[in-house]
Design a protein around this ligand. Structure first.
Ligand code: UT7
Length: 327
């Protein structure tokens, strides 16, 4: 038995913030952002729009793409939940009209969607679950310091969702084995310092701008390449595939240079890699489904997915692209 993809949906805010918009408010330049990251613009949610709103929209679209029907479980991968307590997923399930299904959040930062797919596949393998709605949604703009040029240019908002059902290996849409990993010794390299039990909110955390993400770009950059390469190799090995079998490479959309380096080290030709970081920036847990939806994949194409994020966390898997209804 394996998990099979049968629906995909996305939701992005209408508002576009270009590099030129950022040039006006920050000591940065379109040239710096493009050459260092490949990002040209990103979407930003209007005030009042939260992660659950994007998750509901993307989730409903994925269900429509899958032809409707019941699901047993909703997993929302997010780093920017509506609230610390409770989780975002129960509200999302309820608003889509799915209650009383099992619903929970999963935080693996930018690897969240791949982790959530793996969890869903495991639940489907347990046979008590028939169908899972997996959502990756973020409003990173809420936890990004608009005055910090080292992060403000990188992140964007968005959501994406997939419906997974139980199926057989070799079926169209079937996922291969998953490789997942983490290295908590690097936790501080991409972190929001305050707001949790370690440093609860206080006047000093607010004035210190500790409720925004902080990034050690160089450390993340280095590890991202090494881990995504190793994880991709492990997922390929487990699926008994080689890089030459891969038609399209969908890596976490954080930085075009990272995508290029990972594809190059794996021996995947540049034209096979999917790129939409230029239009959305880094949308963390939403990045993989947004890239899948953008990639114009053809049924039967063999796809390699890999992601890396704060934690550190990473993961990879393969799948054979199915015929999907677009909504
Ligand atoms: O989502 C999880 C995965 N996240 C990532 O993969 C992010 C990984 N890291 C990266 O993508 C890159 O490290 C960055 C894009 C974040 C930074 O690129 P970099 O080539 O590593 O630049 P840097 O951090 O070494 O900064 C180089 C210079 C610095 O100036 P000095 O010290 O050399 O004078 C920075 O202050 O660029 C400066 N800088 C900027 N300049 C203009 C940093 N941010 C900006 C900016 N505009 N926005």
């Amino acid at each position: 038995m394996t998990a099979v993809l049968e629906g995909l949906g996305v939701a992005v805010p209408q508002r576009v913030v270009t590099n030129l918009d950022l040039e006006r408010v920050l000591d940065t330049s379109d040239e710096w952002i493009r050459t260092r990251t490949g990002i040209g613009e990103r979407r930003v949610a209007d005030p009042g729009v939260a992660t659950a709103d994007l998750a509901v929209e993307a989730g409903a679209r994925a269900l429509k793409s899958a032809g409707g029907g019941p699901v047993d479980m909703v997993v929302v991968a997010t780093t920017s939940p509506d609230r610390v307590v409770p989780a975002t997923a129960p509200e999302v399930a309820s608003r889509i009209g799915l209650e009383p299904v099992a619903a929970f959040d999963l935080n693996a930062v930018c690897s969240g969607f791949v982790y959530a797919l793996a969890v869903a596949a495991g639940m489907l393998d347990g046979h008590a679950t028939q169908r899972v709605l997996v959502i990756g949604a973020e409003t990173l703009s809420r936890i990004t310091d608009p005055a910090d040029r080292s992060t403000a240019v990188l992140f964007g908002d968005g959501g994406g969702a997939a419906v997974l059902r139980r199926g057989e290996p070799g079926e169209s849409g079937a996922f291969g084995p998953f490789d997942l990993g983490s290295d908590g010794s690097m936790a501080d390299s991409l972190a929001m310092p305050a707001g949790g039990s370690r440093r609860p909110a206080s006047t000093s955390t607010l004035t210190g701008r500790e409720h925004y993400m902080r990034l050690d770009g160089k450390a993340v950059y280095r590890h991202a390449i090494a881990r995504m390469v190793a994880s991709s190799r492990a997922a390929l090995d487990a699926a008994r595939l080689s890089a030459g079998d891969i038609d399209r490479f969908v890596g976490h959309q954080a930085n075009l240079r990272i995508l290029d380096a990972v594809a190059d080290r794996l021996g995947i030709a540049p034209q096979r890699r999917v790129v939409n970081v230029d239009r959305y920036g880094n949308t963390s847990a939403a990045s993989i489904p947004l890239a899948l939806a953008d990639a114009q994949l053809a049924p039967g194409q063999r796809v390699l997915l890999t992601a890396f994020g704060g934690g550190f966390t990473w993961g990879a898997t393969t799948l054979t692209w199915p015929r999907l209804a677009t909504v």
